[in-house]
Design a protein around this ligand. Structure first.
Ligand code: AMP
Ligand code: MG
Length: 396
C-alpha cells in the first residue's frame, strides 16, 4: 500500500502540470459560468446621476403645510433640466434624474394633490429620498476580480460597470471516453452481463458543470487498436481527455499501454483513495489525460478530487475554493491504507457545519451520490473516525 500516492500529492501533481488557457473577449450575454481573465473596473459612477428613491415630488426642504405649484416632471428616461423654482414642485418618478440644485423628494403618500398644486403633509429634510451618484459603485472602482466565475450577479455588475464584453479564459475542451465491452447506451435492452454506460454522461455532466466544453463522448470497446485510435484522436483535439475504466492491469485493460504507445507521459498511477485507487494521470504537449476507474462512484469521486481542480486551474479559477471543514455526526470506520471519500450531506448548526454520510458507500452504489453535498475525506488509519471529528469536505 505504501506505493499509493496520497490524495493531496496527486492533486498537487495535477495542478503542477496545469497552466491557465489563453483568454478572449466574451459578450456579456454569453459569459454565464465563464472565468474572468481581467479585473473589471467601473467606467463611471453607478448610479450615474442623482436620482429619486421614491415616486413623489421634487421640492425644497422645509416644514409641513406648504402649498406648491406643480410646474413639470422628471421621469425615468425623460429628465427635468432644472430644479423647481421658489414655491414650485416637480413630479418625479423612482429612478428619475434629480436635477442639480433640487433639494429633496417628498413621497407621493405625504402630499395632498388639488388641481395642479400639492400640500406637503410632512417635514422635508435636505437630501431626503435622493440617491447620490456612485452609491452602488464608484467610477474607477474594481467591481470584479480576475479569477471570478461569472454568475447572474457578476454579469449584472459587469453590465452596470459599462461592459458589453469581458475578457475570459477559454473553456477547456474535454473528451470523455468510456471503455468496456459490457457497456450499452442509455435505454438499450440489457443482454447477459451488460450494463448501461452511465459514466459517459455523469463525467460529461461534471465537466460541463465545471465550465468545460465537452467536445465528445465516445464508447470504446475493450480492444487494443480501437483504444489507441480513439485516444489518439481525443489527444489531438482536447485540452483534457477523461477515460473511464480499462485502466487497471487486467488482460482487457488497454488504456495504459495505449497511452504509453501514444507518448503520453505518466505522472501518477494509483492513489491512496477509496473509492478511486486505480487512477492514472499523464500529460502530452499540455493535454491532460485522466484514466479514471470504471466504477460509477469511483469515476465521480476521482473526477471531483483530481479533474475538477485541473479544469478550474485551466480556467484561471482557484481550485481550492470548493474545500471546507465540517464535523462528522456519526462514527465512520477508517480504511487502514487509504483515505476514504465519504459521500455526505451537510447541515449548518449553531455548533458549525456538520457532515452525515448518505448511506451505503460501495464504489458501485451510485445512490450514495444522491443528495450528497460533498465528499468528506476520512483519513486512513485504525479504528474509526469519531462523531464530532473535523474532516475536510470537497463540496459537490
Ligand atoms: P473497469 O475499471 O473497466 O475495470 O470497470 C470497473 C467497474 O466499473 C466494472 O464493474 C464496470 O462494469 C464498471 N463500469 C465501467 N465503465 C462503466 C461505465 N461507463 N458506466 C457504468 N459502469 C461502468
Ligand atoms: Mg472495463
Amino acid at each position: 500500500m505504501s506505493s499509493l500516492l496520497p490524495i493531496d500529492e496527486a492533486r498537487a501533481d495535477v495542478l503542477a502540470a496545469t497552466a491557465p488557457l489563453e483568454a478572449h473577449q466574451v459578450p456579456v450575454e454569453d459569459a454565464l459560468g465563464r472565468v474572468l481573465a481581467e479585473d473589471v473596473v467601473a467606467a463611471h459612477d453607478v448610479p450615474p446621476f442623482a436620482n429619486s428613491a421614491m415616486d413623489g415630488y421634487l421640492v425644497a426642504a422645509g416644514p409641513a403645510g406648504r402649498e406648491l405649484v406643480v410646474t413639470g416632471e422628471s421621469r425615468a428616461g425623460a429628465p427635468a433640466t432644472a430644479p423647481p423654482g421658489e414655491g414650485e414642485a416637480l413630479r418625479v418618478s423612482t429612478g428619475a434624474l434629480v436635477p442639480e440644485g433640487a433639494e429633496a423628494v417628498i413621497p407621493v403618500e405625504q402630499v395632498t394633490v388639488t388641481d395642479g398644486r400639492i400640500t406637503t403633509n410632512a417635514d422635508v429634510a435636505p437630501g431626503q429620498h435622493i440617491r447620490a451618484p456612485g452609491e452602488d459603485v464608484r467610477g474607477g472602482a474594481t467591481v470584479l476580480r480576475r479569477g471570478t466565475r461569472l454568475g447572474a450577479a457578476e454579469i449584472g455588475l459587469a453590465v452596470i460597470a459599462g461592459r458589453a464584453a469581458v475578457l475570459c479564459t477559454r473553456r477547456p475542451v474535454v473528451t470523455v471516453l468510456a471503455t468496456g465491452d459490457e457497456l450499452v447506451p442509455p435505454g438499450a435492452p440489457l443482454g447477459p452481463g451488460q450494463i448501461h454506460d452511465s459514466n459517459a454522461l455523469t463525467l460529461a455532466a461534471l465537466a460541463t458543470g465545471a465550465g468545460a466544453q465537452v467536445a465528445g463522448r465516445v464508447h470504446i470497446p475493450d480492444d487494443e487498436q480501437a483504444t489507441r485510435e480513439w485516444l489518439g484522436a481525443a489527444l489531438a483535439s482536447s485540452d483534457v481527455v477523461i477515460v473511464s475504466g480499462g485502466v487497471s492491469v487486467g488482460p482487457h485493460d488497454h488504456v495504459k499501454p495505449a497511452l504509453e504507445a501514444l507518448g503520453v507521459t505518466e505522472r501518477f498511477w494509483r492513489v491512496a483513495l477509496r473509492p478511486g485507487k486505480p487512477t492514472w494521470f499523464g500529460t502530452k504537449d499540455g493535454t491532460l489525460v485522466f484514466g479514471l476507474p470504471g466504477n460509477p462512484v469511483s469515476a465521480m469521486v476521482t473526477f471531483l478530487l483530481f479533474v475538477r481542480p485541473a479544469l478550474a486551474a485551466l480556467q484561471g479559477a482557484d481550485p481550492a475554493q470548493t474545500r471546507i471543514t465540517a464535523r462528522l455526526t456519526e462514527p465512520v470506520p477508517r480504511n487502514p491504507g487509504r483515505d476514504e471519500a465519504v459521500r455526505v450531506r451537510l447541515t449548518d448548526t449553531p455548533a458549525g457545519r456538520e457532515a452525515t454520510p448518505t448511506g451505503p458507500q460501495g464504489s458501485h452504489q451510485l445512490t450514495s451520490m444522491l443528495g450528497a453535498d460533498g465528499l468528506a475525506i476520512v483519513t486512513a488509519g485504525d479504528g474509526e473516525a469519531a462523531a464530532g471529528e473535523p474532516v475536510t469536505v470537497e463540496l459537490l
